[in-house]
Every structure is written in structure tokens, then in C-alpha cells.
Design a protein around this ligand. Structure first.
Ligand SMILES: CC(C)(COP(=O)(O)OP(=O)(O)OC[C@H]1O[C@@H](n2cnc3c(N)ncnc32)[C@H](O)[C@@H]1OP(=O)(O)O)[C@@H](O)C(=O)NCCC(=O)NCCS
Length: 171
């Protein structure tokens, strides 16, 4: 495997058509929407490139971060919080190419994405966010996320996980 780090998606450098996580929704997002959404400033996708001798790098893993809001009633402990929408960072997508699954890359990608969210939200000149949320794709994904104890389910939405931003400082 490569020692490369995650970089912002740039179609000049990587080919996305060969990416296959085994889940069509995730593949379609990367292949069809990730670059378009970045161009529209809706979110940003970060990829782990694997250089190929023949040309552009493949994508071994990717994640997508966006801004979103939640309401205080969703949170386990809503006291003290205002009634207006609360800012969070959405981990909108996360996928590992099947060739690289089962080698801890999913865990590494998740930790990288959460650390990234923490950096964005905690920088003195960044944009504040109370936490990170993600929507669990299916039962396979739910079993994967169960390995990480920093997530809490949101009250009314069991498929939506939440992680307070302050809990990521020591990640
Ligand atoms: C889910 C996914 C990210 C896991 O990636 P991965 O690289 O295979 O995961 P890792 O090797 O880092 O596994 C980390 C831990 O989760 C476990 N795990 C991973 N997938 C699992 C699954 N489907 N069921 C149960 N456990 C799973 C591993 O056994 C490992 O546990 P261990 O530390 O006790 O050995 C990957 O299969 C994937 O991209 N799936 C399709 C897209 C997807 O579902 N994305 C999540 C969207 S919400």
C-alpha cells in the first residue's frame, strides 16, 4: 500500500472510474458527483491516491466533508443550546476501494476525516461547528462504525451518528 496522504480531489491527477467500494451509491457519488459538487462549493472530497506506472493514480479511499445544521432536540443533552439550527460538519461520504478493504484503511480514513473536521472547526480563524454527523449507509456500515466508541446516535434518527467536536481534540 502507499504511504501517500489524502489530498483534495483533482481530476487531473486521479482516475475515479476504476474506484469500486462494492456499494453502488458510494461509487456513483465519487464517479459522478464529487467533482461537480466541489466546483459548486457544496462540499469537498479528499482522496488517497495510489500512483500507477501507466498514468493517473487510482483512488484507494475517499471522504467528503460538508457543512450542515441539526436541531437541539436531536442531541442527547440539549440544555444550554439555542433553538436555532446548530452548525455541524457532515461526513457526507466515506468509501474504500475493495482492493484495499480489510486492511484498516477504513479506520484510518475515518480518523483522518474526523481529525480534519476538528482542525476546520477549532482553528481560531475557522468556522465553528458543534460536532460531526454522519448517516450510516446500511447494516454493513453500521457494523463498521460500531468499532468506534466516539459516536452517539442522535435522538430521533438512529441511523445518524453524532460526535461532539470537543471529543475529537485528543483523537
Ligand atoms: C465500511 C468500510 C469503510 C470498511 O472499510 P475497511 O477498510 O474494510 O475497514 P477496516 O479494515 O478499517 O476495519 C476496521 C474495523 O471494522 C471492521 N469492519 C469493517 N467492515 C465491517 C463490516 N462490514 N462488518 C463488520 N465489521 C466490519 C473490521 O473487521 C475492523 O475491525 P477490527 O479492528 O476489530 O479488526 C468499507 O467496507 C467500505 O468502503 N464500504 C462501502 C462504503 C460504505 O459503506 N461506507 C460507509 C458509508 S456510511
Amino acid at each position: 500500500m502507499t504511504k501517500a496522504e489524502f489530498v483534495a480531489l483533482d481530476l487531473h491527477d486521479v482516475t475515479i472510474q476504476t474506484f469500486d467500494s462494492g456499494k453502488e451509491a458510494i461509487n456513483t457519488y465519487l464517479r459522478r458527483y464529487a467533482a461537480k459538487n466541489m466546483a459548486l462549493n457544496l462540499n469537498r472530497t479528499f482522496v488517497l491516491p495510489v500512483p500507477q506506472q501507466t498514468g493517473k493514480s487510482h483512488v484507494a479511499a475517499f471522504y467528503t466533508l460538508a457543512l450542515q445544521t441539526i436541531v437541539r432536540a436531536d442531541l442527547p443533552d440539549p440544555t444550554q443550546l439555542p433553538r436555532y439550527p446548530l452548525p455541524v460538519i457532515l461526513l457526507a461520504q466515506l468509501g474504500i476501494d475493495q482492493r484495499y478493504q480489510g486492511r484498516s484503511l477504513g479506520a484510518k480514513t475515518l480518523v483522518t476525516a474526523l481529525r480534519h473536521a476538528w482542525r476546520l472547526a477549532s482553528a481560531p480563524d475557522g468556522i465553528a461547528a458543534m460536532g460531526v454527523v454522519l448517516d450510516v449507509l446500511d447494516q454493513d456500515a453500521a457494523r463498521f462504525y460500531r468499532h468506534f466508541d466516539f459516536f452517539l446516535p442522535l435522538s430521533e434518527q438512529p441511523d445518524r451518528l453524532f460526535c461532539p467536536i470537543r471529543s475529537l481534540e485528543s483523537l
